[in-house]
Design a binder for this molecule. Structure first.
Ligand SMILES: Nc1nc2c(ncn2[C@@H]2O[C@H](COP(=O)(O)OP(=O)(O)O)[C@@H](O)[C@H]2O)c(=O)[nH]1
Ligand SMILES: [Mg+2]
Length: 438
């Protein structure tokens, strides 16, 4: 979570704070920091130079709008230029269509095919899925198993070596379907035979969309691969997978630039539900490792009620289960925790990965569990012995593991808060500050 790139950029922006005229030296420094940040996030070198020059030029030449400080002005330009580059989310329509997925082996095509099937299924459409991967052993079983889970028919042939033939038969079988998804094979490196095959599949299927699936961790090679697939079948959208990992997806930016398309979806986990429509703002925020402060401030204003949480008590080290619950509630009202946390400039603070994974379902479970606790237990969870864990579990219809998980979560947040105290970091003060700077 610690982000040196984003923070060096933040430092550079800080130097512009309070200035009334744009300082050339500070802009140059910012431009260098931005270049470093983007290169380390695997954005293609040529792109990096082009963007940073653009930003430098605009920052020096454009007048800040009335009432806007120099720092905000420059930040806005940085942000706008980057959003410009990734573009808006590529469109997805719900009319009958065939969609072809392309990409290297391991990029997440098969998983994404199933996730897309789920996405269109949720829109009430009839879906058929074709497995045109004849290279990877077990490819059909993998896809078929995923599809079976959501009751979607999947066509494939285990022993066949004719991907184009399979595609034709599948299309015939799925004539009545509204959306047909074709999963293809991808070997470790692009090969001519593979390219020839995908050109043919694209041709016989007359696919409306040809989406390129790329792993967020794919670095500088992303541009190259995107170009080759684009030359072959005309890529019109990019899906970036594994955005739940540590990679920032800079390669995707290069792929988008190469194919002159946009990002359609983001894969954010291994389950079939982990697919999100692409949102340029949060993608860029993440890429730079810096939050979208404006959005954060707006959201924070709406939901943080200072009465809710006794910050002083927490700062003194008293952090009860009730406090934890209130914090979670407040954060949950602001939208997915993960997204929110990535918006906060966590200067030097490390939050355990699990801390982001509190869904509203989990919250509801926590609430029921807490209802079975005594006042004493809620105030000081350390008194909860293992026999008490069992009592609480029985009382709330949860398992002892559920109860332990809640307690573990509390300890984790408490640790994190201790860290904040050490670094004089205060969530509420921070939010107030953002509110004022609007
Ligand atoms: N964490 C995470 N893993 C993913 C995601 N998409 C795919 N994977 C995993 O990446 C691996 C390769 O995926 P697969 O769909 O078989 O790739 P393919 O070879 O391109 O078809 C599998 O272990 C998937 O579970 C994602 O968005 N997040
Ligand atoms: Mg596959």
């Amino acid at each position: 979570m610690l982000d040196t790139l984003g923070s060096s950029l933040k430092d550079a922006l800080k130097k512009l704070a309070g200035k009334t005229v744009v300082d050339r030296a500070a802009v140059d420094e910012l431009s260098r920091d931005l270049q470093r940040a983007l290169l380390q996030s695997d954005v293609n070198v040529k792109l990096v130079l082009a963007i940073s020059q653009n930003i430098r030029k605009r920052a020096l030449e454009e007048e800040p709008p009335k009432g806007m400080g120099v720092r905000e002005h420059v930040l806005r330009i940085v942000y706008q230029e980057l959003v410009n580059l990734v573009g808006e989310s590529a469109p997805v329509d719900l009319s009958p269509q065939v969609i072809l997925l392309a990409g290297l082996q391991g990029s997440g095509k098969t998983t994404t095919t199933a996730k897309l099937a789920r996405f269109f299924q949720r829109k009430g459409l009839r879906i058929g899925v074709i497995c045109a991967d004849i290279f990877r052993p077990g490819a059909f079983d993998q896809l078929n198993t995923l599809c079976a889970k959501i009751n979607i028919p999947c066509y494939g042939e285990k022993e066949s070596a004719d991907a184009v033939g399979i595609t034709k038969k599948g299309l015939d079988l799925f004539k009545q379907m509204e959306v047909v998804l074709i999963d293809t094979q991808g070997r470790h490196a692009l090969e001519d035979a593979l390219i020839e095959e995908i050109i043919q599949i694209s041709r016989v299927s007359q696919a409306r969309h040809r989406w390129l699936v790329i792993d967020a961790a794919l670095g500088q090679q992303a541009a190259d691969q995107a170009r080759r697939f684009h030359e072959a079948i005309g890529i019109d959208g990019v899906i970036v997978t594994k955005m739940d990992g540590t990679a920032k997806g800079g390669g995707a930016l290069s792929a988008v630039a190469e194919t002159r398309s946009g990002i359609v979806f983001i894969g954010s986990g291994e389950t079939i539900e982990d697919l999100e429509r692409f949102e340029p703002g949060s993608f860029i925020s993440r890429l730079l490792g810096m939050g979208d402060l404006k959005m954060l401030a707006e959201k924070a204003e709406e939901v943080i009620n200072p009465e809710d949480v006794d910050v002083n008590a927490i700062m003194r080290g008293r952090f009860t289960l009730r406090d934890m619950y209130k914090q979670l509630e407040a954060l949950n009202r602001m939208g997915p925790l993960r997204q929110l946390m990535s918006m906060l400039p966590m200067g030097g603070m490390e939050i355990p990965q699990d801390a982001y994974d509190v869904t509203s379902t989990k919250m509801a479970r926590y609430k029921v569990i807490m209802d079975s606790m005594t006042k004493e237990e809620l105030d000081d969870p350390t008194v909860i012995s293992s026999s008490r864990v069992h009592r609480i579990a029985r009382g709330s219809g949860a398992t002892p593991e559920n109860v332990k998980e809640l307690l573990k979560y509390h300890r984790m947040m408490q640790q994190a808060l201790k860290g904040m105290r050490g670094s004089k970091f205060n969530l509420q003060r921070l939010m107030k500050k953002f509110g004022k700077s609007q």
